[in-house]
Write a protein that binds this ligand. Structure first.
Ligand code: G1P
Length: 299
């Protein structure tokens, strides 16, 4: 095993956003699921903000057909900005400016066929090139004082290698996720000694699930290129990472904030409630209203 002690900076982040969002039909018929709103920002904005907070300089979106709204969202909207300026709406202008990456900081490529997460990541290979990169799955949004990727960067900057974020989940839920096996501790995390994508019930090596944030070395691309389909008949990233772990250091990190799986209706609604009750403009009124609602609305 090579020890990757030359710690190269992580400058690019990949966002696989090609998924169809069938669980949210009809809401996602004409709108990408990543553009659904949690309080006042589309889901993808939370994930991009987390990456930019962690120092990411270039955002790589792996998209599909009907995802044009994402590309438009990360571009200027000339008429809107012009009108806001004319009307002196500085607050709106500031919100837009804050959300906007600089020109040249985004790239878009298409997955073309829904062959799995591993395939989606592989589609970013030419844009990422030969350098470590972050991968953020946009269904998952994370709430904490410091973003999950920033916390992972601290682990990466100490240890190098590859870093996978994990979280505890109920044992009955392990079959829905990638699950890691925990080895000895390292600064800020632990060594990953095994990994399995969507293990059959009762076979998971732990209840630590991969929660959708990764820092990966570029050698993953070569492994993905020859990766055979795995769980669900899809090319699985977890399977390629397992091979990578035989050649390079692979560390786990345990995120202790709140994660919301916005790929499910329940997670999406919970995210809206959690972000609303912590939103400075909404918090007070909403907390009182929620209490009343719980007392008065029939079940
Ligand atoms: C993917 C990954 C899985 C991870 C999950 C987190 O699965 O393959 O390892 O635990 O995201 O959401 P998917 O949700 O695409 O089935």
């Amino acid at each position: 095993m090579t020890s990757n002690k030359e710690i190269r900076p992580v400058r690019k982040a990949v966002f696989p956003v090609a998924g169809l969002g069938t669980r949210f039909l009809p809401a996602t018929k004409a709108v990408p699921k990543e553009m659904l709103t949690v309080v006042d920002r589309p889901v993808i904005q939370y994930v991009v903000d987390e990456a930019r907070e962690a120092g990411i300089e270039h955002l790589v979106f792996v998209t599909g057909r009907n995802k044009g709204a994402i590309e438009d969202h990360f571009d200027i909207q000339f008429e809107l900005e012009h009108t806001l300026k004319e009307r002196g709406k500085t607050e709106g202008m500031e919100i837009l400016a804050k959300a906007l990456p600089e020109a040249g900081q985004t790239s878009f490529t298409r997955q073309q066929a829904p062959l799995g997460l591993g395939h989606a990541v592989w589609c970013a290979r030419e844009i990422v090139g030969n350098e470590p990169f972050a991968l953020l799955l946009p269904d998952m949004i994370m709430q904490d004082k410091v973003g999950c990727l920033s916390q992972m960067m601290a682990v990466y900057n100490k240890n190098g290698g590859n870093v996978v974020s994990t979280e505890e989940v109920d044992w009955e839920q392990t079959h829905k996720y990638g699950i890691v096996e925990k080895g000895e501790g390292v600064e800020g995390g632990f060594r990953i000694t095994g990994m399995v994508e969507k293990p059959d019930s009762g076979t998971a090596p732990s209840n630590l699930f991969i929660n959708g944030r990764y820092i990966l070395q570029p050698e993953i691309f070569g492994l993905l290129a020859k990766q055979e389909p795995g769980a669900g008949g899809e090319i699985q990233l977890t399977d390629a990472m397992l091979t990578l772990a035989k050649e390079q250091d692979m560390y786990g990190f345990t995120f202790r904030g709140r994660t919301f799986d916005c790929g499910s209706k329940e997670g999406f609604v919970k995210a809206n409630i959690a972000y609303a009750v912590t939103h400075p403009d909404l918090s007070d009124g909403l907390r009182a209203e929620l209490k009343t609602l719980l007392e008065t609305v029939g079940t």
